[in-house]
Design a protein around this ligand. Structure first.
Ligand code: PEP
Ligand code: MG
Length: 314
């Protein structure tokens, strides 16, 4: 079965009846692009740019960043690339930035909040990305840890200022849905964005109030919990009303049950780790879109994640 999935890895991601669900890769460095494409990636749904910062001991310059984003965009040709702006804080510590220690780092100055505090980090990154977007129309940008409409408007205003300074036209802008308030405000966010990308790792952590790194809670911290699925449904329904698309770049997208439930909820793009691409495509091809919708509807009516998983495995 594995061999069969591998042989078909370059077919477009779709259900049995041909409903398209793009399967993209989560990769952080341009050097990983060739492997992802060879594995069947239809794009990059999440480039975690903080890895450029984590893998060294000083702040990468604007030029360093531009080079990396440009290499990634070029490697993908006309396939989409979604670059996520810095998501430092929480579990991602960067010692040389000299950030204040926080008692609750996951609830503190993390992601877009840090970028608002530190224009010395945010502005060079935006300039680097926008220079690349000027030459590569496949570049999309999204912001992490958006909790309020005000967060997105502020991020977009800064982005637009830099974009206009550099004389660059529209660049598709997305919001990561990874804080419950953002999912609950999806109806108000949707008209203002080009797309949403659900970060199920954080969305699960913040919805269930369970640390995503906590070893004792690991079994319960499951994105297939109906509470999390309800928030994703809200997000997808709001996006559809406004003609926008929703992707998922959290771990649930590459999960054997998760990929089916998410497609059933109406998600249009699943961004997964490179080794998961062929398997996710094969799982989608095995089911009709009507079957997946039915599965998702039943999942929403369950009382816990185990019961949701049993719908597929059982
Ligand atoms: C997520 O939260 O699901 C996500 C994709 O972002 P990260 O894992 O980098 O926090
Ligand atoms: Mg996240």
């Amino acid at each position: 079965e594995r061999e069969k999935a591998r042989a078909a890895r370059h077919e477009p991601g779709a259900t049995k009846d041909g409903k398209r669900v793009e399967v993209a890769a989560n990769i952080n460095r341009a050097s990983a692009a060739a492997d992802a494409l060879d594995a069947g990636a239809e794009g990059v749904g999440l480039m975690r740019t903080e890895f450029l910062f984590l893998e060294r001991d000083s702040i990468p310059t604007e030029d360093d960043q531009e080079q990396e984003y440009r290499a990634m965009a070029a490697a993908l040709g006309d396939k989409p690339l979604i670059i996520r702006t810095l998501d430092i804080g929480g579990d991602k510590e960067v010692p040389y930035l000299g950030l204040a220690r926080e008692d609750n780092s996951f609830l503190g100055i993390r992601g877009i909040r840090l970028c608002f505090e530190r224009p010395d980090l945010f502005l060079p990154q935006l300039r680097a990305i926008i220079r690349v977007a000027k030459d590569h129309p496949n570049v999309h940008v999204m912001f992490p840890m958006i909790a309020t409409l005000e967060d997105f408007r502020r991020a977009r205003a800064t982005f637009d200022e830099v974009r206009q300074e550099l004389g660059v036209g529209h660049v598709p802008l997305g919001v990561m849905i990874e804080v419950p308030s953002a999912a609950l405000m999806a109806e108000q966010l949707a008209p203002e964005v080009d797309f949403f990308s659900v970060g199920t790792n954080d969305l699960t952590q913040y919805t269930l109030a369970m640390d995503r790194m906590h070893p004792q809670l690991a079994r319960q911290t499951d994105a297939m919990h109906p509470a999390v699925l309800q928030l994703i449904k809200l997000t997808v329904d709001a996006a559809q009303r406004h003609g926008k698309w929703v992707g998922v770049c959290g771990g649930a997208a590459g999960d054997d049950v998760g990929c089916l439930m998410l497609a059933g909820l109406g998600v249009k793009e699943l961004s997964v780790s490179t080794p998961q691409i062929a398997g996710v495509k094969a799982a989608l091809r095995n089911r009709t879109s009507a079957e997946l919708q039915e599965l998702a509807t039943r999942a929403l009516a369950q009382t816990d994640a185990a019961a949701v998983r049993a719908l597929v495995k059982g």
